[in-house]
Write a new protein. Structure first.
Length: 361
């Protein structure tokens, strides 16, 4: 019997990226954003992993929630069927999700594609968009509510609750723009990326399916995601993982016409402040080695699976939304497992200072 999945939380944004009351009836006053999130979000103490999901183009709010739930159910089923494939989750995996919903629908035309592209950018534009403010509050609230395992015998994970970001299409583009300016405080993590004291809050992993952004977006639009000189970078301690498929017409055909270049979701990230590492999406029966995912930026080739059916390939978006599969959940679950300290780490205890190894018992 598959483990119980706690109902997800939902927060809605308007076209300016402002947090709205349920149903999108009216924006929440800026002075009440933190209070509203506290009222709406009740982080389950039993949860080990907190996932924040932002949907993409042509996705109604209810569909966004169903997609997030489907991926998490797949993940629970995979772990239950083959726990040895995810050794990092030996102490438990009980996910909970916050679904961030925004107005992403338009006509399936070039004009419609450009309209949603511009909206996704405007929601996070400096000096105009409210999304970074809301996302910053959201991540800050989730961080403050993370359970300390020393105070909760229910939580198996000895380092507290892990935080993962997940997006699709323009949702991933919007999420990256927003998280560049989000406020911060880090847990103890397992990724090889060194701890940076200038960046006190971190996200354990970021996974974007079929990002609708130019292939050079990591240097043109998201350059502050990564540390450089005196700049600490965004609160991403774990990898930024990006899937791509040549069967994705939205980021191939439409993106080429809208931005004169194919998108990351079609061909992967071409350039980044650090060289992207290339790997393939694996079937659920094959485990990911840490060496395949423990990099700043990872391009995941999903050509063999994200193909869509005969009918899908005739649609304007092609296989753009063909990521709702167990193999995608396998990748997501593997990132969660690899975020844990390695089994060579000692058992109980936190480091005295963030970033230092736990003392031997």
């Amino acid at each position: 019997m598959t483990a119980r999945l706690d109902p997800p939380a939902e927060i809605d944004l308007d076209e300016q990226g402002r947090l709205t009351y349920p149903g999108g009836s009216a924006p929440v006053p800026v002075s009440r954003v933190a209070e509203h999130l506290a009222e709406r979000l009740r982080v389950p103490r039993r949860a080990t992993d907190l996932h924040v999901y932002v949907h993409g183009w042509q996705t109604p709010p209810a569909t966004a929630t169903r997609t997030a739930v489907r991926l998490l159910r797949y993940a629970l089923e995979l772990r239950e069927a083959a726990p040895a494939r995810y050794p990092g989750l030996a102490d438990g995996y009980r996910p909970w999700c916050v679904v961030v919903r925004w107005p992403s629908s338009s006509l399936p035309t070039l004009r419609g594609y450009r309209r949603i592209r511009d909206r996704a950018h405007a929601m996070s534009a400096e000096g105009a968009g409210h999304a970074p403010y809301v996302i910053g509050h959201l991540l800050g609230y989730l961080d403050s509510e993370r359970v300390d395992p020393a105070a909760s015998p229910v939580l198996a994970n000895r380092h507290g609750q892990y935080l993962h970001l997940m997006g699709h299409s323009f949702g991933g583009r919007f999420l990256c723009e927003a998280v560049q300016r989000a406020a911060e405080r880090p847990p103890v993590l397992s990724w090889s990326t060194p701890y940076d004291a200038r960046r006190p809050f971190t996200v354990d992993s970021t996974l974007v399916f079929q990002m609708a952004a130019p292939r050079d977006a990591l240097v043109r639009h998201f350059e502050t995601l990564f540390p450089h000189g005196a700049r600490a970078g965004a609160p991403l301690r774990g990898p930024l993982v990006l899937t791509h498929s040549r069967w994705d017409r939205a980021t191939g055909f439409w993106h080429l016409r809208a931005e004169r270049t194919r998108g990351i979701g079609h061909s992967g990230a071409a350039t980044a402040p650090v060289p992207p590492f290339a790997t393939k999406l694996l079937p659920t029966g094959q485990a990911y080695d840490p060496s395949e995912l423990d990099h700043r930026v990872v391009n995941v080739d999903a050509d063999w699976l994200y193909r869509g059916g005969v009918r899908t390939r005739l649609l304007p978006a092609g296989a753009h939304s063909d990521f709702q599969r167990p193999e995608s959940a396998h990748l997501m679950l593997s990132l969660a497992a690899l975020s844990r300290p390695r089994r060579t780490d000692p058992l109980p205890g936190r480091p005295e200072r963030p970033g230092e190894p736990v003392a031997q018992a």
